[in-house]
Design a protein around this ligand. Structure first.
Ligand SMILES: Nc1ncnc2c1ncn2[C@@H]1O[C@H](COP(=O)(O)OP(=O)(O)OP(=O)(O)O)[C@@H](O)[C@H]1O
Length: 626
């Protein structure tokens, strides 16, 4: 299987001693460096291999641009390297020729020098252009993959992972990659080529002097190794810290009403300050390491230049090296350390981007816990018979929420589910909608296991309306049309009228075209629920689940909706989860749940006549109305 990250989970993987769930996907994201190393070196190797696979899969479609960029940069570097050679020629050949009265070599070397400069500039510009295009295409692809994959992951993943962390992957991690590709890549390629080209030229020009100049590579390699070790853990810390900061910020902004009502500002500020300080500290540590590395590289470069100058001068005096060659040598050595500086900067950006890539590839490695069936059963017309067959379920393996449930709901039946808070009512509904898969047993729709139905078929057949009716930015009509995007305006208005939402919508400033603003902020909670009902009615599903869906309505609106519900529910299966018993009156059948089990099952009239929990609940409710 090839995942979205381009990863082949089984391919040439090292053998791990750590169990898979400790390192796969995002499992290592929040671990400290010591916890991570405690998992064993294979885990680190796996994570790096995963990042490389992702990078390869991103670069593959850009092959042509990468090849073109490589050709341009090679030509550009050759032109760049020609400069000091021409200077050497000018000093050693053209100047003596001029002294003899022959100006041609000087004219030739001047034209050559200028031509090399122009060629270098033109090809360099071309390279920057082509490589920037390739980098942007890679980022476009990656951003799309992250968004697509995050949407495809199951609810249980997002409950663990929080939207703030997804946002941080989408923003700060991708920005880091952007910085690397837009600023660092160009420096890397030209830097590597310059260093290689100059090294070869130096050795060819004068072997002993060349070896002296290149001896500096040993301390630079040691310095780089030190920098690499230190910065990797620091950049991991910065990625985690910035994610924590964004999580804290998004949570505060999303729950601003609760924050204000419970006066949590001070507490939130303290938590935010802690994350902010950790982020600053991690970034500061990164800068300190860089501040040691980059000047040290430069220092080594200067020492090397001094050594070449002293040894070269002695050789010139002895006549074993010409003065022009020494001048070229010094120019080359100087030029070699400029890109080394750039390489240090690139390495810095690379370490940071490497940490980001590690997290992004982890997210992309996650697989939905509710996967699409590989060979879905065709289901053009579902009628809505729901069966629970020995279903067991828990959000965490050790905490069973539904210990074992056997249940049959006939097509077209309206079933009310009541019971104490936490009894498992919503869980039952979420299993029908396949937000989760049972840990044992099967949930069936018209005799077909819901995990064998294509996601699109299941979504068409089962619609769930919950208490927090989510509206997207856009008009009221757009939000209703979400139920069936192909619906005409007349059908949208008909759906709104059928559930009694038409009158209030028409009174809005632009009627059905009124913008509901972010998350439906312009409408009251009850109005949002009415819009959600209209959306569900338009979707025309075989099974409609109402989870506390009338809880935000006032009594007159609820009555109106109950009238409408009789119309809405006709001809389809309905599961109504309700605390208010008024809603239950329209049901054919009532299920009373307690600790994940159905303890009573019958028509409302039957259960009221009995002595069970429902009868007691009903008596208490009737007394409260008096
Ligand atoms: N996403 C979740 N992750 C972990 N545990 C959960 C999750 N959702 C519900 N639970 C737990 O599962 C149990 C059943 O919850 P469920 O929401 O099904 O109850 P309910 O009967 O619908 O309650 P209510 O009437 O309050 O809505 C509860 O103990 C709850 O704490």
């Amino acid at each position: 299987m090839t995942t979205l990250s381009g990863a082949d989970p089984g391919a040439s993987a090292p053998v791990d001693t750590a169990p898979e769930d400790t390192w796969r996907g995002v499992a290592t994201e929040e671990l400290s460096e010591s916890e991570l190393s405690g998992l064993g070196s294979e885990v680190g190797a796996r994570m790096r291999a995963r990042s490389r696979r992702l990078l390869r899969s991103l670069l593959r479609p850009q092959r042509r641009r990468v090849v073109l960029a490589a050709v341009l940069v090679v030509v550009s570097e050759l032109a760049f390297l020609a400069g000091p050679l021409i200077v050497a020629y000018a000093i050693d050949t053209a100047v003596p020729a001029l002294a003899r009265g022959d100006g041609r070599p000087l004219v030739l070397s001047t034209i050559g020098y200028l031509a090399a400069g122009v060629l270098n500039a033109v090809t360099k510009a071309g390279f920057v252009r082509v490589s920037a295009r390739a980098a942007q295409a890679v980022l476009l692809d990656l951003r799309g993959r992250v968004f697509d994959h995050s949407q495809a992951l199951s609810l249980s993943f997002h409950e663990r992972y929080t939207s703030g962390r997804v946002i941080s992957r989408m923003t700060s991690d991708l920005d880091t990659l952007n910085e690397l590709t837009s600023e660092g890549l160009d420096g890397l390629i030209s830097g590597v080529l310059t260093v290689l080209g100059i090294s070869v030229t130096l050795l060819v020009l004068d072997l002993p002097l060349g070896l002296i100049a290149l001896a500096s590579f040993l301390p630079i390699a040691l310095l780089t190794r030190w920098f690499q070790r230190r910065s990797r853990s620091i950049y991991r810390r910065t990625r985690t810290a910035i994610a924590a900061l964004i999580v804290q910020f998004t949570e505060t902004m999303n729950g601003l009403r609760a924050v204000l009502s419970f006066r949590r500002e001070q507490r939130n500020l303290e938590i935010f300050r802690r994350s902010n300080a950790e982020n600053c500290e991690a970034n500061g540590d990164g800068l300190v390491v860089l501040a040691h590395y980059a000047p040290s590289v430069r220092m080594v470069g200067n020492l090397s230049l001094a050594a070449v100058m002293v040894v070269g001068a002695v050789q010139v005096v002895h006549g074993s090296v010409e003065i022009g060659v020494l001048a070229a040598f010094l120019l080359y050595v100087r030029r070699m350390y400029d890109p080394l500086d750039e390489l240090a900067m690139f390495y810095n950006a690379y370490q940071s981007a490497g940490a980001a890539l590690e997290k992004l590839s982890g997210l992309l490695e996650e697989v939905p816990s509710v996967p699409e069936p590989t060979d879905p059963v065709p289901a053009p017309e579902l009628r809505g018979r729901v069966t629970f067959e020995a279903v067991e379920f828990g959000y965490h393996p050790s905490v069973p929420v539904l210990p074992r449930l056997d249940l049959e709901i006939q097509a077209g039946q309206t079933v009310a589910v009541v019971g104490a808070t936490g009894a498992g009512k919503s869980t039952l509904a979420k299993l029908v909608a396949r937000f989760y898969d049972p840990t044992a047993g099967r949930v069936l729709l018209d005799g077909i296991a819901v995990d064998r139905l294509a996601g699109a078929d299941l979504r068409r057949a089962v619609v769930m309306v919950t208490q927090e009716s989510f509206l997207f930015s856009g008009s009221v009509a757009d939000n209703i049309a979400l139920g069936r995007p192909s619906a005409t305006r007349a059908e949208i208005e008909h759906a709104a009228d059928a559930i009694g939402a038409g009158p209030f919508i028409r009174q809005l400033p632009d009627g059905f075209d009124t913008d509901v603003r972010k998350r439906g902020g312009r409408l009251s909670a009850g109005q949002r629920q009415l819009v959600a009902f209209a959306r569900a009615f338009l979707a025309d599903p075989a099974v409609l689940i109402l989870d506390e869906a009338t809880a935000s309505l006032d009594i007159p609106s609820e009555r109106a909706v109950q009238q409408a519900l009789r119309t809405v529910l006709r001809g389809r299966t309905a599961v109504i989860i309700a605390h208010r018993l008024s809603t239950v009156s329209i049901a054919d059948r009532v299920l009373v749940m307690d600790h994940g089990r159905v303890t009573e099952d019958g028509s409302p009239a039957e259960l009221v006549r009995g002595t069970g929990a429902y009868a007691r609940l009903h008596d208490a409710w009737r007394d409260s109305l008096v």
